[in-house]
Design a binder for this molecule. Structure first.
Ligand SMILES: [Zn+2]
Length: 116
């Protein structure tokens, strides 16, 4: 079971920034990548809208306003990920970003006995 469940149907806007309240709600006020909650990051002002498939990469440019491509991200994760995306060679080797809207957390991470 995925960590995050996106609403259905997706809203359709021509300016993705209008999605912010809905994206924030879908991600339960947590970062899509590190799962940090807003409360632990000094509030929503430190969270941003990330394009999972980077809008600056030509093959994904058409997804700039695709609601399902907009992820709620803490500032650190958004700027670390930025426009990074694996090229075809890396993808063929299995490299990719974990998508917790589609994948089970336990497929990628394991909690130790001490809670970490
Ligand atoms: Zn994060």
């Amino acid at each position: 079971m995925s960590v995050f469940t996106r609403r259905v149907p997706a809203p359709e806007e021509t300016d993705y920034t209008k999605y912010r309240p809905l994206v924030r709600e879908d991600f339960r006020e947590c970062c899509a990548y590190c799962l940090l909650h807003e409360i632990l990051a000094a509030g929503a002002d430190n969270f941003e809208l990330d394009h999972f498939h980077p809008k600056s990469i030509p093959e994904f440019a058409h997804r700039v306003n695709d609601f399902y491509n907009i992820y709620y991200s803490c500032h650190v994760c958004n700027h670390t990920k930025g426009r990074k995306w694996p090229d075809e060679k890396l993808i063929s080797q299995g490299y990719r970003f974990v998508d917790l809207c589609a994948e089970d957390f336990s497929e990628h991470f394991r909690e130790e006995d001490d809670g970490f």
